[in-house]
Design a protein around this ligand. Structure first.
Ligand code: PLP
Length: 405
């Protein structure tokens, strides 16, 4: 038979398909609420002012060359990234128990973490990972690629448009000992629903009791509350409690460096000596996959993290982004409840956190929004809050109101 006859045509990625449909639409009031990247109040991508500064420093540093980085990445980047995540006073960092490897953004960190577990985790039964239902659409594929079977744990409760905490907890309790649980550190994608501190505490206890392994994914540090430390709370808490874990970190959203692919994988080990062995094997894996990570984005982030003035400026930029998202949540809530008296409860709009919000609307209502109002969102009713701005929020609110009546 002809070559590639056995290759079935795959469907296009749903998010990228949505963007294409949005671009092709000629309606002047069209709105794109599918995009997972920050937009300013004029619906434009935003290059963080601190990033521009760091870039001009790089441009004016003639001594910088284009050599390969070490296999595990730029050392000044990996150490600063670990400190940002685990805190300046982190005990595990002081004890040398953390292995950090620079990765191809958060996706690459997820992949390398999954690959490492696939090879080296002390599996007792099938290679399985517990993923929240729902989760970031890429998670199942990333694990399947390395031979780990995704299974799901209850997370979102459509009745409350909030957390199904009891379901989550009973899944933690009934899973075989030493199971791997993927946890979104903050600003859960796609629901915007996070556990409270009290709930995190209960989750940590359950994980300790069952010896579960925490696969933390943090793509939104700073982006949720506007505060970097606040958004790292769950991770630091779990580390302190001694939950076995690794963390996947992305700088795509909080530094607005989507295309530069800056991220890191952090594996916490029981001893410094174990951390060194882990590092040696991560180096072997990384070498065969990408040889060494890219330089440019890591240089930008390194400058920002290691210079007090740039770091403060970055924090201001982060609170600009998070603040605008929070303002849009408040404004949308106000329009729906006070002005339009839209049927139903909309508290979740302000209770949810981060870039995304699960509106709780049905797939039919979601499709109607796209077909009738030219508002593009995923059929599960998820909206990207950053797609809303002063110019389109009223149009969106009235269209949503019409769709649910
Ligand atoms: N993890 C989650 C939950 C995400 O939402 C994303 C981005 O949307 C990522 C990881 C990784 O993104 P990137 O590879 O661009 O850093």
């Amino acid at each position: 038979s002809e070559l590639w006859q056995n290759v079935p045509l795959a469907p296009p990625d749903s998010i990228f398909k949505l963007t294409a449909a949005f671009k092709a639409d000629t309606f002047d009031k069209k709105v794109n609420l599918g995009v997972g990247a920050y937009r300013d109040d004029n619906d434009k991508p935003w290059v963080l002012p601190v990033v521009k500064k760091a870039e001009s420093i790089i441009l004016n540093t003639p001594a910088l060359d284009h050599e390969y980085l070490p296999i595990t990445g730029l050392p000044e980047f990996t150490s600063a990234a670990a400190k940002l995540l685990l805190g300046p006073d982190s005990r595990v960092l002081a004890e040398g128990r953390v292995t950090t490897v620079q990765t191809i953004s958060g996706t690459g960190a997820n992949h390398l973490g999954a690959l490492f577990l696939s090879r080296f985790y002390q599996w007792t039964g099938d290679k399985e990972v517990y993923l929240s239902d729902p989760t970031w659409a890429n998670h199942p594929a990333i694990f399947k690629n390395v031979g780990i079977i995704p299974v799901s744990y209850p997370y979102y409760d459509p009745k409350t448009i909030g957390l199904n905490f009891d379901g989550f907890l009973s899944s933690l309790k009934s899973a075989p000992e030493g199971s791997v649980f993927l946890l979104h550190a903050c600003a859960h994608n796609p629901t915007g629903v996070d556990p409270t501190k009290e709930q995190w505490n209960v989750i940590a206890q359950a994980m300790l009791e069952k010896g579960h392994y925490g696969f933390f994914d943090t793509a939104y540090q700073g982006f949720a509350s506007g505060d970097l430390d606040n958004d790292a709370w769950a991770i630091r808490f779990f580390v302190d409690k001694g939950v076995k874990m690794l963390i996947c970190q992305s700088f795509a959203k909080n530094a607005g460096l989507y295309g530069e692919r800056v991220g890191a994988l952090h594996v916490v080990s029981p001893s410094k000596e174990a951390a060194e062995r882990v590092k040696s094997q991560l180096s072997v894996l990384q070498r065969s996959e990408i040889s060494n990570p890219p330089t440019y984005g890591a240089r930008i982030v390194t400058l920002i993290l290691n210079d007090a003035e740039l770091f403060s400026e970055w924090k201001r930029d982060i609170s600009t982004m998070a603040g605008r998202i929070i303002d849009m949540r408040k404004e949308l809530y106000k329009l729906l409840t006070e002005e339009l008296h839209t049927p139903g409860n909309w508290d979740h709009i302000v209770n949810q956190i981060g870039m995304f919000s699960f509106t709780g609307i049905t797939p039919e209502q979601s499709k109607a929004l796209t077909e009738k109002a030219h508002i593009y969102l995923t059929v599960n009713g998820r909206i990207s809050m950053t797609g809303l701005n002063r110019n389109n929020i009223r149009y969106f609110a009235t269209s949503l109101d019409a769709a649910v009546r």
